[in-house]
Design a binder for this molecule. Sequence first.
Ligand code: GLY
Length: 340
Amino acid sequence: MLNRKSFLQLSSLGLGSLYFSKLNAATRGGFKPIVISTWAEGINANKAAWEILKNKGRALDAVEAGVMVTEASQNCCVGLGANPDRDGIVTLDASIMDENGNCGSVGAIERIKHPISVARRVMEKTPHVMLVGQGAQQFAVAEGFPLEPQKLSDDAERSYKEWLKKAEYKPVINIENSGQKGHGPFAPTRFDNGDWNHDTIGMVALDAMGNVSGSCTTSGMGFKMRGRLGDSPIIGAGLFVDNEVGAATATGMGEEVIRICGTHLVVELMRQGYKPEDACKKAVERIVKKNYERAKANQVGFIAINKKGEYGGFCLQSGFNFAVCYGDNNNFMVDAKHYF
Ligand code: GLY
């Protein structure tokens, strides 16, 4: 415990406020096992993950099974039911990471229902971390994953037709700050009804053995430029796990997350002693510091857990929430605190 003398010594070194903020850092949870995931779809995903965790299953199995629920959901912006790219084709990204630092991911994969499971096969069956595009699909088929029909969901078809009415595409840097509302690549970070254009589920879990794993799966941004990859398949950006420390995942504007290696930063901040919420907050502040205008125009949310089973999240703008589960009757939403 920090006594008055050592606090004064730290203060004279200019470190007192750092220690003080850590002592007063947000502490939520402290549960084992525990699983958390982004957005309201996380409630159903957590349920599937919890079935594994409560039976002393491995966190890796839990985070795969959890997000598969969301990938299979046609009501959601993740998986084959999601919005297509600007050429009308749904392309999906996913990543997974286990307690031993093993990781795998797929980028821009088409016609595969469960990219997260392909990412796991990349991790377990190849010497590589990442497969993209046609090569990823070829690998999936060779592994026995069925090729689904190339067909948009009814919702996605409607949205795409709406977007096609203007179908404007300009370089990202102009579009991000254009203030357009509605349907367009990157520009409509917030819709008129107040919803964010979010297409990702990220999940991190701590199992009964004390091991941590994570998963992340997405269709990326609706009507994105063909070939665009976001943060979700990039280890250290959309997902990072270190079994000595904890795990973090991200949602929102992937470009902002990639620029700061977001989830790697969150985990490293937890290694330095920051609680999950404070580590997420620091990462969000880094985004703001890099480019205030861009940060103000976009949404990014981070969530994290540490090895004690404490959890937290933080985001740029109001409206981001995440689902927390540590029991059959303890699966609930938490509104993340926000910078702006
Ligand atoms: N965070 C998902 C993406 O930007 O693709």
